[in-house]
Write a protein that binds this ligand. Structure first.
Ligand code: FE2
Length: 450
């Protein structure tokens, strides 16, 4: 393939004729419902998206009618704890509080090189699953800041293929733990991107509210984003999301603040929620639910009926709030399952929130793609001219089937570069005398429009 002379500027290279494309993907379905689409890639960017586009390219990939999606994004994770399941023991009660206590037992035993190795293994899983952007909270409670230094090293090592954002997370409470505030500030000084918090774990409700105020002020002073664990409890009186929305408005942080979990909203009084939702929408605070973890950790003090414990996703969306889904935990003190699969997360979110309408299914797919990217302030995200040529080809024909099947990631590209591929899944049956193939795709869609 001919290359532009070295003296030419990158801008000139981008204007090279379509015959010089790096990559052309044909016959793809897109998440917005368009089918038979071609996506042209040059210099790591998408240059054109059109039906039936013909052009010479160094590589042409026939998508075979399968779904081409922007990569998955996880807006809430704990990379410092991942893959530590069973160290030093397993969470017997399954509660959030035993998980925090267990993490406290593990912390003195942690070694940076082990944390880094586990995190890098997880990043490999993520790439294989088409998950190319992760926002990870990192525990700042210990004065050694060992998890912070380990995760900054991981961020550096995976920078070529995963956008890893780090949140300074005072797991033991920024006010409740000795030196908590100082440690958090030092983590920010070291290069951690975002201010975190855990107001429901502070000693009292007023202390929780004080921590929200303090942490938002730090973010405003330093020009940082905020992403706070907020009301991860079944206590309907845990109302720190109200303080978070208020402080966001007071400090002019609209669009820069996220509330994670917000599970107490599940149990709140309906009248109060009818006042709360417009306040959240007005403040531009986004919300991240973590369906796998919320359904596992919440409701543990209930007999029957047991609450689901996830925040009110459809109602937040209807109020105009940006809602995304996070993985939160994979094989750690809080949760022993998981494999970096955001479609598994969307699948659980769809069931827990009963989002089974066509609109609801689409919203669950958006929650692990476009909405998660919005929460994370990602630039150049999407399948449109000018966006990064980063996408995942799924063995499914639409977002609903992608979630239903937790579809195989056939190919994963980042800025036009192939990062991972997995063979198509098909079972061979021997039931009718001769082998037949089953790939779990319906013969006809059978799905109403709209
Ligand atoms: Fe979390």
């Amino acid at each position: 393939m001919a290359r532009a002379p070295e003296s030419m500027t990158p801008e000139v290279m981008v204007r090279y004729p379509p015959s010089m494309l790096d990559l052309l993907i044909t016959n793809a379905a897109l998440p917005d419902g368009r089918t038979g689409m071609a996506v042209a890639v040059q210099g790591g960017k998408i240059t054109e998206v059109a039906p039936g586009l013909q052009a010479q390219a160094r590589e042409t990939v026939d998508a075979g009618g399968y779904l081409l999606s922007p990569p998955f994004c996880d807006p809430h994770f704990h990379m410092d704890a991942t893959l530590s399941y069973g160290l030093p023991r397993v969470n017997e009660s399954g509660t959030l509080l035993e998980g925090i206590a267990l993490w406290g037992e593990l912390k003195p035993l942690l070694k940076a090189e082990d944390m880094i190795a586990r995190a890098l293994t997880y990043c490999d899983w993520a790439v294989a699953r088409g998950l190319l952007a992760i926002r990870s909270h990192v525990d700042t409670s210990d004065p050694s800041l060992l998890p912070v230094e380990a995760m900054l090293e991981v961020k550096k090592r995976v920078a070529g293929y995963i956008d890893l954002q780090l949140v300074a997370f005072p797991q033991d409470g920024v006010l409740r733990s000795k030196g908590g505030l100082d440690n958090l500030k030092r983590a920010l000084d070291l290069g951690v991107d975002i201010v975190g918090g855990i107001p429901h774990f502070e000693r009292t409700m007023p202390q929780g509210a004080e921590s929200v105020k303090l942490l938002c002020e730090i973010a405003a002073e330093r020009g940082k984003l905020v992403d706070m664990h907020c009301d991860e409890t079944d206590d309907p009186m845990s109302r720190h999301i109200e303080s978070l929305a208020f402080e966001t408005q007071r400090l002019g942080l609209q669009g820069r603040v996220n509330g994670s979990h917000c599970t107490s909203m599940h149990s709140m009084d309906n009248y109060y929620v009818s006042k709360l939702l417009p306040l959240i929408a007005e403040s531009g605070v986004s919300v991240v639910a973590n369906p796998l973890i919320n359904i596992t950790l919440q409701g543990r003090h209930d007999t029957y009926p047991k609450r689901r414990g996830m925040t009110r996703v459809p109602e937040l969306l209807a109020a105009g709030v940006t809602v995304a889904f996070g993985n939160d935990c994979v094989m750690d003190p809080w949760y022993g399952m998981g494999s970096a699969d955001m479609l598994e997360t969307a699948h659980m979110g769809l069931h827990v929130a009963q989002m089974t309408s066509q609109k609801g299914i689409g919203a669950c797919f958006d929650a692990v793609t476009v909405n998660a990217a919005k929460v994370m302030h990602l630039e150049g995200y999407g399948i449109a001219p000018g966006c990064d040529a980063s996408f995942v080809l799924l063995q499914a024909r639409d977002p609903g089937d992608a979630i239903r099947l937790r579809a195989t990631r056939l190919k994963v590209w980042q800025q036009g570069r192939l990062l991972a591929q997995t063979p198509e899944i098909a079972a061979t049956l021997h039931v009718q005398g001769r082998p037949t193939q089953v790939d779990f795709q319906p013969a006809s869609r059978g799905r109403p429009a709209g």
